[in-house]
Design a protein around this ligand. Structure first.
Ligand SMILES: NC(=O)c1ccc[n+]([C@@H]2O[C@H](COP(=O)([O-])OP(=O)(O)OC[C@H]3O[C@@H](n4cnc5c(N)ncnc54)[C@H](OP(=O)(O)O)[C@@H]3O)[C@@H](O)[C@H]2O)c1
Length: 246
């Protein structure tokens, strides 16, 4: 039986990744903090034809991650992919006088990724196979006003993916940095602003899995954002962004 490990599987993109792989009869490892949600997701995965084991954990806890991943590797079957998907995106709180809000986002979105991926690497090297997918963001292409911890953390992990991809290529391990625009999830449910090209979660997840299967290095979607939004984010002058920033 093929296995896939997903962090942040208790809602949103991670939850739908779990359902997609379950329909293909995979054994899914589901990690996140909310155990109740994980149990519900696991039940549905089994109904859809998969097998599931839950790992209630905080991706900031290196030991919890390492213990969970060792257990998942030891289960029957070979691990085909790991999705470092868990993430958070609250504002910088620039007037707070405290680094807490920013540090929290930087930690979850960067250390959460290394804690989820690193324990798999010796195993994947030993079997000379494996797919690593990190959910980055279109936000990684520019430092965003009031969300600089979020955009900075996503830029960092996109860069880390590039380094991992180069180093691990010779072991048959692919690394894909997934850069979505706006996808329906608990994260975007809270946004009060207009979200162009907002995509349904199941549609997004199909595209993500296809990109990972094709071993794409960086996958930016939807295409409208790949061709228009990202070049603007990279090359438009600062004054344009100042004009629209609060
Ligand atoms: N939705 C979008 O438009 C969009 C766009 C670009 C990138 N992304 C990225 O996509 C990923 C998934 O987000 P989503 O949109 O699906 O939002 P979501 O529904 O809020 O999911 C976030 C997931 O991360 C988990 N998580 C957060 N902090 C965690 C921690 N410390 N330890 C373990 N798990 C943790 C949450 O589970 P618990 O709360 O149960 O721990 C939840 O399962 C994130 O990395 C996000 O930055 C989303």
């Amino acid at each position: 039986m093929k296995k896939v490990f997903i962090s942040g599987a208790s809602s949103g993109i991670g939850e739908y990744l779990a359902y997609s792989y379950s329909k293909l009869n995979y054994y899914v490892g589901l990690a996140a903090r909310r155990e109740n949600n994980l149990n519900k997701v696991a039940t549905k995965c089994v109904e859809l034809g998969g097998k599931a084991k839950i790992y209630p954990l905080d991706v900031l806890n290196e030991i919890q991650c390492s213990v969970a991943i060792k257990d998942f590797i030891s289960l029957p079957g070979s691990v085909e992919a790991v999705y470092a998907n868990a993430g958070a995106g609250t504002p910088d709180e620039l007037s707070s006088g405290s680094s807490s809000a920013m540090n929290r986002i930087l930690s979850i979105n960067i250390l959460g990724v290394t804690n989820t991926v690193m324990p798999f690497i010796p195993y994947m090297k030993s079997i000379k196979n494996g797919k690593i997918a990190v959910i980055c963001s279109i936000a990684s292409f520019r430092g965003l006003a009031h969300h600089s911890a979020y955009s900075g953390s996503k830029a960092a992990v996109r860069n880390i993916c590039q380094g991992w991809g180069t180093a691990l290529y010779k072991y048959g391990i692919s690394v894909t940095a997934i850069c979505p625009g706006f996808i329906k999830s608990e994260m975007t449910d809270n946004n009060e602003f207009y979200m162009p090209f907002l995509m349904d979660t199941d549609v997004a997840v199909k595209k993500i899995i296809r990109a990972v299967d094709k071993k794409r290095k960086v996958f930016i979607f939807p295409w409208q954002m790949r061709f228009f939004t990202v070049p603007i984010m990279k090359y438009a002058p600062d004054w344009i962004f100042r004009k629209f920033s609060i």
